[in-house]
Design a protein around this ligand. Structure first.
Ligand code: IPD
Ligand code: CA
Ligand code: CA
Length: 245
């Protein structure tokens, strides 16, 4: 990603509000190969394709480039997001309706050299040092981020929410990488992050990192299969936030 940031990139697909690069696919191939070498047989559920059985006991959840539109424009705010999940023994134990729960979360920002890691039940670390969420208690003091997802419909539904939110918080920032939005909440740089129609690979790692940093991470399956509504926060302002269906 570092090497390619300023270079022109091959576009595989373009739509009104999204770009897909050849590098998305190439990065996932490389990540998949390295994970396979170190942990043979573990399934992979990735934005650019999946391998292994649907009900595999363990799986990697991979977003090879999170923030592709930023990256395509040469804007150095994008990340690699990898989570390790295990198949839960019961519905109650599962984090997500497809029966999995996250054990490990890793997010790398190759441009700032920042690496967040978390293991379920442990602390969230950034470059090996513990991080924690902010202590802001009111929306009035909060700096939050929202994502608009990719479709026109989701954009239209998120706009009234944006106007509701922007009047209540100190600042709304839209940064373009869900994984970094979550790690910024975990590090206390932002107080909350909300998005509707977001995918598992966007938040599996970052969600665990928020929880291990003392924050609250909530998701619910949305109307479209595979898409979720999500609120991540420092916990203290969580009940003051909402996200449209
Ligand atoms: C997108 C980014 C964006 C978020 C979208 C994601 P991608 O991921 O994280 O910030 O708003 O919902 O899909 O396509 O760059 O991997
Ligand atoms: Ca993503
Ligand atoms: Ca991606």
């Amino acid at each position: 990603m570092r090497k390619n940031l300023a270079l022109s990139k091959k576009v595989n697909e373009e739509s009104s509000h999204d770009i897909k690069l050849d590098l998305d696919v190439r990065c996932q191939k490389l990540i998949g190969k390295l994970l396979q070498q170190s942990c043979p047989g573990v399934a992979l559920f990735g934005e650019e394709g999946s391998t292994g059985a649907d009900n595999a006991p363990y799986r990697w959840v991979v977003d090879p480039i999170d923030g592709t539109v930023n990256f395509a424009h040469g804007l150095p705010h994008a990340a690699v997001s990898i989570a390790l999940q295990e198949r839960a023994r019961s519905k109650r134990e599962a984090d997500y309706p497809d029966g999995y729960r996250t054990l490990v979360g890793v997010v790398l920002d190759p441009f700032q050299n920042e690496l967040w890691t978390a293991m379920r039940g442990g602390r969230a670390l950034m470059n090996g040092k513990p991080v924690r969420v902010s202590r802001i208690r009111t929306l009035r003091e909060a700096m939050v981020t929202i994502g608009f997802s990719k479709s026109r419909a989701s954009l239209e539904q998120a706009l009234p929410y944006f106007t509701w939110l922007v009047r209540r918080v100190r600042k709304v920032r839209m940064l373009g990488s869900a994984a970094l939005g979550l790690t910024y909440v975990a590090t206390g740089r932002l107080d909350a992050y909300m998005e509707r129609q977001i995918n598992l690979w966007d938040f599996a790692a970052g969600g665990l990192i928020v929880q291990c940093a003392g924050g609250r991470f909530w998701t619910e399956p949305g109307a479209i299969p595979g898409k979720y509504r999500m609120i991540a926060s420092n916990g203290l302002i969580h009940s003051q936030l909402r996200i449209p269906r």
